[in-house]
Design a protein around this ligand. Structure first.
Ligand code: HEC
Length: 104
């Protein structure tokens, strides 16, 4: 239950702004993480062209840093910006998905 607290806080915040991705969008986002992020970070997200992005590997990044890497990429590296495809709420959902270890 304690582990769910940040996720619940996250879900509450964008909901107030009306930006929470609908539930069916969550399934699409999970698919995107496995397929598109997995293309570089490995099917199990343990690393490939891109580094390991499983929870232990991301411990040093706080949620804001993580959301910003997802939205803006890492200029000068192969990590692309996802801002054209994802809203901030969706990037926040993915960040939490990666951080809480709900990843494959
Ligand atoms: C075209 C290849 C590619 C794709 C697709 C890609 N990444 Fe990356 N990603 C990279 C590379 C390369 C790095 C390392 C950048 C660097 O050197 O700092 C990286 C870095 C990251 C980091 C920072 C890791 C750290 O420890 O600093 C995160 C988080 C991340 N990617 C998440 C994602 C997510 C989420 C997706 C899908 C929405 C994604 N990436 C898609 C190549 C990719």
């Amino acid at each position: 239950m304690l582990r769910l607290a940040p996720l619940l806080a996250l879900l509450a915040a964008p909901a107030a702004a009306g930006a929470l991705p609908p539930l069916d969008r969550a399934a699409e986002l999970e698919h995107l993480v496995r397929q598109d992020c997995g293309a570089c970070h490995g099917m199990t997200l343990a690393g490939g062209l891109g580094p390991d992005i499983r929870p232990a590997a991301l411990a040093a990044l706080d949620r804001t840093a993580l959301v910003s890497v997802i939205l803006d990429g890492r200029p000068g590296t192969a990590m692309p910006p996802w801002r054209p495809l994802l809203s901030e709420a969706e990037a926040a959902w993915i960040a939490e998905y990666l951080r809480t270890g709900d990843a494959p």
